[in-house]
Design a protein. Structure first.
Length: 552
C-alpha cells in the first residue's frame, strides 16, 4: 500500500495490529469467509472487503532469534493456521508441503513434529500467500496511539520506522495481536540496553558478533565466561547451542570458555506433553475456562502451569544430561592420566539462585561507550534462594531466556483516548480481564482490587505491532528490553471480554454500548480463556470465532 493513500478518508473494515501467526490466522479466516460469501447468490463480501494488517518488522518473521540448528516444534503440524477449523483450507501445513513438493518426504520422516526452521518457512509461505490473494500488509510501521474516529470508527495512528512520518487510518474493527516483548529480571533495568546482555529472542543473529567482540578485546589466555539466565526451553537450548558452537575449534585457537546457567529452580523440570495433559490446549477448553468462576480459573492455570512455563522438553533434558555426563567422563580421564583436559567449553549449573544486582565494570550504563560495545565484564551479585547467602560473579556476556511480557495491549489502551469507553480512567495500576457477555455499566466501572497484568506509565514507548506470537527482532544495541513486569495485587480496573475475544465497552443504563467499533485481543487472554492463548494450538479455531463475530 502506498504511503500517500494512508491519510485518506478510506474506512477499513478491519485493521490488525501485528502480522505474526495470530493475525496470519485471522487473515486466512478472512480469505476463507470472503470466498464463501462471494460464492453466494448475491456475492456480497461486506465487512471483509477492506482489510489491512500493520507490522513493525520490515518483513514477516517468526522467532528468528531461536531458529537454532536441529530444534523441533513441540506440537503436531496439524495445529497449524487452519486445519482444526477448516482442513480444506489452502493455508494448512499439508498444503504448504504439497506446494513445495515435500509431502511424501515429510511423511517418510515418520514424525508429526516439523523442525522449527520448517515451521517458520511454512508461516513465511503463508504470509506470502495471504498478500498474493488480496490482503494488504503494511510493514515497517509501529503503532503510536489509538483515537476516537467519526462514524463509529477507531483512528489508528502509526509511525514509519524508517523516516518517522505519522499516518492515520480509520477502521470499524480492530484486532490487537501484540505478541510478546522480551522480559528481563528486574536487576537488569539499571544497565540495559547493553551490547553484551541480550534476550534469547535476539540470540541467533547476535551471538556470533558478541563472541567475536569479546574474543578480540580479551587476552587469549583467559577463559571467557558467559552467563545464561533461566530454566525453561529457551535457556536450555541456548546452553546446548553455546556448547556446540564454542566446542568447534582447533589449531592455534586454544580459547577456553566457561558457560554458567543461573536459575531459581533446583533442576530442569520436564514439560508435561502427555495426551491427557495436552487436552488443556484443546479449543473446547476455552469454553470450559471462560465459564469458570475466577478462583477456579486460577486453580486450573496453576495446576497446568508445568505444561508451558519454566519447563524443558524431556528430549532436550536428556541431551543436556549427556553433555554434562560426558564432561564428568573427560574430568575422570584427565585426572587418571594426569593429562590436561583439552575441552574448550565447560558448562556449570548454579541452581536456587536469584540475581540481586548487575553492574558494568568498565563504563557507565547508557553512555556512548556502552552503546558502542566498548564495555567490559558484567558483575553480578547473586543470592542463594535457600540459604540467602550472597556471592559475586563476573561474566563477559549474558543471555537471558526469561520469557516475554504480553501486556503492551494494556498500555496501548490505557494511554489512548478510547480507553474511557472501557472504563479506564488512566489511574489504575492494573487491568483486570473479566469474562462477560455484556460490558460494564458506566457507573459500575470503578477500580477494584485484583491480581492481573500490570500496566506501565502512559508515557512509555509506543506499542510495537510485532508478529502475533512471534518474537520481536531488534538489533542488540537498540533492543527494547525492559525489566520484568511483575503480577502484583494492586488497584485495578475491570475490563470485560467476550467469549469471542471482543473487549466489551461501557454500556448505557439501558444496556446499549456507548462505543460501536469492535476491538479484539489475540494471544493475551490466558487469564480468561486458558493456557493455549499465547500458543499456536488454537490459532485456526480462534481466528474463525473472531471473524464470525466481526460479521455479526
Amino acid at each position: 500500500m502506498a504511503h500517500n493513500d494512508q491519510n485518506s478518508e478510506v474506512i477499513f473494515d478491519i485493521i490488525g495490529l501485528g502480522f505474526g501467526p495470530a493475525n496470519l490466522a485471522i487473515a486466512g479466516a478472512i480469505l476463507e469467509k470472503r470466498d464463501a460469501l462471494a460464492s453466494t447468490q448475491d456475492g456480497v463480501t461486506k465487512g471483509l472487503a477492506n482489510v489491512l494488517f500493520i507490522e513493525k518488522n520490515p518483513e514477516f518473521r517468526w522467532h528468528p532469534g531461536m531458529l537454532l540448528p536441529n530444534t523441533r516444534m513441540q506440537i503436531s503440524f496439524l495445529k497449524d493456521l487452519a486445519t482444526l477449523r477448516s482442513p480444506k483450507s489452502p493455508l494448512t501445513f499439508l498444503a504448504y508441503l504439497h506446494s513445495q513438493d515435500r509431502l511424501l518426504p515429510f511423511i517418510n520422516r515418520g514424525s508429526f513434529t516439523p523442525t522449527r526452521k520448517e515451521f517458520a518457512d511454512y508461516l513465511t509461505w503463508s504470509a506470502g500467500y495471504i498478500e498474493n490473494h488480496g490482503i494488504d500488509v503494511q510493514y515497517n510501521e509501529e503503532i503510536v496511539r489509538l483515537a476516537d474516529g467519526e462514524d463509529g470508527t477507531v483512528v489508528v495512528v502509526t509511525r514509519d520506522a524508517t523516516d518517522g512520518t505519522e499516518y492515520k487510518r480509520k477502521t470499524r474493527s480492530l484486532v490487537i495481536s501484540p505478541g510478546g516483548s522480551a522480559k528481563l529480571p528486574p536487576a537488569f533495568s539499571a544497565i540495559v540496553p547493553h551490547p553484551r546482555i541480550i534476550h534469547s529472542s535476539t540470540y541467533a543473529p547476535s551471538i556470533g558478533g558478541i563472541i567475536s567482540s569479546i574474543n578480540a578485546s580479551s587476552s587469549p589466555e583467559r577463559a571467557l565466561r558467559i552467563g545464561v539466565v533461566g530454566s525453561g526451553q529457551s535457556a536450555a537450548e541456548v546452553l546446548l547451542d553455546l556448547h556446540s558452537r564454542l566446542s568447534i575449534g582447533g589449531g592455534q585457537d586454544a580459547r577456553k570458555y566457561e558457560v554458567e546457567l543461573i536459575f531459581r529452580a533446583g533442576s530442569f523440570k520436564p514439560s508435561d506433553d502427555t495426551p491427557f495433559s495436552n487436552e488443556i490446549f484443546d479449543p473446547s477448553t476455552a469454553d470450559f475456562m471462560f465459564n469458570l468462576p475466577p478462583s477456579a480459573r486460577h486453580d486450573v492455570l496453576k495446576e497446568y502451569h508445568h505444561t508451558n512455563y519454566s519447563v524443558v522438553n524431556p528430549r532436550t533434558i536428556d541431551t543436556l544430561y549427556e553433555v554434562f555426563y560426558d564432561q564428568k567422563l573427560d574430568d575422570a580421564i584427565a585426572k587418571r592420566s594426569r593429562k590436561e583436559d583439552n575441552s574448550r567449553v565447560r558448562l556449570t549449573l548454579t541452581p536456587h539462585t536469584r540475581i540481586v544486582s548487575v553492574e558494568d565494570t568498565s563504563v557507565e550504563p547508557g553512555t556512548e561507550d556502552a552503546a558502542s560495545g566498548n564495555s567490559g565484564p558484567i558483575h553480578l551479585v547473586l543470592q542463594n534462594t535457600l540459604t540467602h547467602e550472597l556471592s559475586e560473579s563476573t561474566y563477559d556476556a549474558i543471555i537471558c531466556g526469561t520469557g516475554y511480557d504480553r501486556s503492551s495491549w494494556a498500555r496501548l489502551l490505557e494511554s489512548s483516548e478510547i480507553g474511557k469507553h472501557f472504563g479506564l480512567s488512566g489511574s489504575a495500576a492494573t487491568l483486570d480481564l473479566t469474562p462477560s457477555k455484556v460490558g460494564p455499566e458506566a457507573e459500575a466501572s470503578n477500580p477494584t482490587t485484583g491480581l492481573q497484568a500490570e500496566v506501565g506509565p502512559a508515557d512509555q514507548a509506543p506499542y510495537n505491532a510485532t508478529s502475533g506470537t512471534s518474537t520481536p527482532l531488534t538489533s542488540p544495541g537498540h533492543s527494547p528490553l525492559s525489566s520484568s513486569q511483575l503480577l502484583t495485587p494492586s488497584r485495578s480496573t475491570k475490563l470485560h471480554i467476550s467469549r469471542n475475544y471482543r473487549l466489551l465497552p461501557v454500556t448505557s443504563s439501558d444496556g446499549s454500548p456507548q462505543f460501536s467499533p469492535k476491538i479484539y485481543l489475540q494471544g493475551c487472554t490466558e487469564v480468561t480463556h486458558g493456557l493455549s492463548e499465547s500458543l499456536l494450538s488454537i490459532l485456526g479455531v480462534r481466528a474463525g470465532l473472531v471473524v464470525d463475530d466481526i460479521l455479526e
